[in-house]
Write a protein that binds this ligand. Structure first.
Ligand SMILES: Cc1cc2nc3c(=O)[nH]c(=O)nc-3n(C[C@H](O)[C@H](O)[C@H](O)COP(=O)(O)OP(=O)(O)OC[C@H]3O[C@@H](n4cnc5c(N)ncnc54)[C@H](O)[C@@H]3O)c2cc1C
Length: 279
């Protein structure tokens, strides 16, 4: 596990909150906002959910005392949505209140398609209490066209991603070309109908398209990328005057996140193995 953690460190701040705060400070120093996530998912018992709530409250308190610019992003299955969605909502409310006290956005990650309806339900309930709530939508899901319209109407903030979960063919686009086409279409919708959204991709073509749309339809938005990915591009976008956010995950449960990142970019396995052997 020690070996794997060293490999995972490219994308994961570390196992402790201090690691996330350090990486968030470094991001802030580079002109980048932090979006911090405490790793953990698929909880089916209340004890880990309630520990997660305490962790986020401590995290937000530390972000305040350390003067971190940024937000937190939470996963519905780490707040107990598999136990019951009403229970998950009750567990999210203290985190919503703490985010609200500092005027921070509360982001909801989007997990596999089995949780999409409940995640939208949670987002809408949270929005009834606080206007600065964001939700991730995935271009690989066919339903996203209508979810996007609905959530723009709700005035939710949208983080548009390609989607990190393998989904059944009937509800999802599987080819890269189809997913890219959907992503580009949703970008058009966001730039013409929404504001305060996040273009969350490392794909130069999608970023160029967003830059072109931003010229044609000026509206407040940000670019969002993962920790450890495309740092020179982040710096260049900051230099051009764009708002850039970095998603910073931390915590002992980093293995599923690490596995998703490796699956996306198998060539990283070779690069990391090589640098490990030589270093
Ligand atoms: C801020 C943020 C939050 C996210 N939240 C969620 C979420 O809640 N739910 C979810 O399902 N998914 C989430 N994701 C992950 C997302 O769905 C994708 O799996 C992931 O971002 C990869 O897609 P991509 O758009 O970067 O394009 P890809 O198609 O993976 O990559 C396209 C191109 O980007 C460039 N690129 C990609 N990685 C690198 C790299 N390491 N180094 C150099 N170039 C690279 C390459 O040119 C590559 O060809 C999030 C992503 C980000 C950035």
């Amino acid at each position: 596990m020690g070996f794997l953690l060293r490999l995972a460190r490219q994308w994961v701040a570390g196992e402790a909150m201090d690691d996330a705060i350090r990486v968030a400070k470094e991001a802030n120093a580079r002109g980048i906002e932090a979006v911090v996530n405490h790793l953990g998912e698929h909880y089916r018992e209340k004890a880990p959910v309630e520990a997660t709530v305490r962790e986020y409250l401590q995290l937000l308190a530390t972000m305040r005392t350390e003067g971190i610019r940024g937000e937190v992003s939470i996963k519905p299955t780490q707040f107990g949505v598999f136990i019951e969605k009403e229970y998950a909502l009750s567990q999210m409310l203290p985190v919503l209140d703490a985010s609200k006290a500092d005027g921070r956005v509360l982001w909801l990650d989007m997990e596999s398609a089995a949780t999409t309806d409940d995640t939208i339900w949670l987002c809408e309930r949270l929005l009834e209490r606080y206007g600065r709530v964001g939700i991730c939508l995935q271009a690989n899901l066919k339903r996203t066209t209508s979810d996007l319209e609905r959530l723009i109407r709700d005035r939710a903030r949208i983080r548009l991603v390609k989607g990190a979960y393998k989904e059944a063919a009937e509800g999802a686009y599987r080819s890269r070309a189809e997913i890219d086409r959907a992503y580009a279409e949703h970008l058009g919708t966001l730039f013409t109908q929404a504001r305060d959204f996040a273009v969350a991709s490392h794909d130069g073509r999608m970023i160029d398209r967003a830059l072109a749309l931003a010229k044609e339809h000026p509206t407040p938005f940000e670019f969002a990328m993962l920790q450890g990915v495309r740092d020179p591009l982040k710096a260049e976008l900051v230099r051009q005057g764009h708002r850039v956010a970095e998603y910073i995950p931390y915590g002992p449960n980093w293995l599923p996140y690490f596995t998703r990142r490796l699956r996306e970019r198998p060539r990283n396995v070779m690069t990391m193995a090589r640098s490990f052997v030589s270093g």
